[in-house]
Design a protein around this ligand. Structure first.
Ligand code: ADP
Ligand code: MG
Length: 254
């Protein structure tokens, strides 16, 4: 399968099994969601996949290749990009510069060539800025490209983070609570963009508490509780699952 496969992954912190034998597929071209109560282990799954945390057990396969022991920069270069639960931007730098910073992970010219501003390095820089501008246009933020990132609304800052992740031209995009704190209009816009990215062939893993959003946008939903998957399936199936209603959803979505 093209995309990401997690095979019985676990991560223990001392006696705590934050993630406990989780297996799931995150196929290319689809939006796969991971939901569950606070502390369920969702962010730990993301940190394990992108190499910020080491696996205690299990395997992570990208397009069939085991990347479970790779370091974070190597995994990023291999095509797995992520956003964080909190905004992490260079606030004084422009939107364009923040997005272009995402390219640093995949430069082809050497650092020496860049420092000497050799033609190949200059051409690469121009190319990167053009690509960054295209990403910014896709997110409808061209008018803000030169604005300092720190001057933007919270919703726009989160978009800048996503755009920076996309600068890596990832094959897998891990989104940790991307629409938290956004208004309904912003959420609808982002949902449309996520679907376009999936249609381009990106495998998307979405972690999100906004259930209306998750249920409307996901192709497949997995529910994590205390480190273990308690349900997997289509949004329609999962929202009616008694174990999911009990552990997480309550009766509102049944
Ligand atoms: P979620 O994102 O679903 O809210 P997390 O993955 O952040 O949950 O956390 C799962 C559990 O693992 C929690 O009990 C949390 O306290 C614990 N945990 C997460 N990261 C660490 C860490 N680096 N060291 C110790 N415990 C951690
Ligand atoms: Mg989390």
């Amino acid at each position: 399968m093209s995309g990401l496969v997690l095979e019985k992954i676990s991560r223990h912190f001392g006696g705590l099994k934050a993630v406990d034998g989780v297996s799931l597929s995150i196929p290319s071209g689809r939006i796969t969601s991971l939901i569950g109560p606070n502390g369920a282990g969702k962010s730990t799954v993301v940190n394990l996949v992108c190499g910020l945390l080491r696996l205690s057990e299990g395997r992570v396969l990208l397009d069939g290749r085991d990347i479970g022991s790779a370091e974070a920069p190597e995994i990023a270069r291999g095509g797995i990009a992520r956003t964080f639960q909190t905004v992490r931007l260079v606030k004084d730098a422009s939107v364009l510069d923040n997005v272009a910073a995402g390219f640093l992970g995949r430069r082809r010219t050497s650092l020496a060539a860049q420092l000497l501003a050799l033609p190949a390095a200059r051409a690469e820089l121009r190319d990167e800025r053009a690509q960054a501008a295209a990403i910014i246009a896709r997110f409808g933020m061209s008018a803000l490209a030169q604005a300092p990132a720190g001057s933007l609304s919270y919703g726009h800052q989160r978009r800048v983070e996503m755009m920076r992740a996309l600068a890596l031209a990832p094959r897998v995009l891990l989104l940790d609570e991307p629409v938290a704190g956004m208004n309904d209009g912003e959420i609808v816009d982002l949902g449309r963009i996520f679907r376009e990215l999936a249609d381009d062939g990106i495998a998307i893993l979405l972690i999100e508490h906004n259930m209306r959003f998750v249920l409307s946008i996901s192709d497949e939903v997995h529910v994590l509780d205390s480190g273990r998957l308690i349900a997997s399936g289509s949004p329609g199936t999962v929202r009616r699952d008694p174990a999911v209603i009990k552990a997480y959803l309550g009766d509102d979505y049944a």
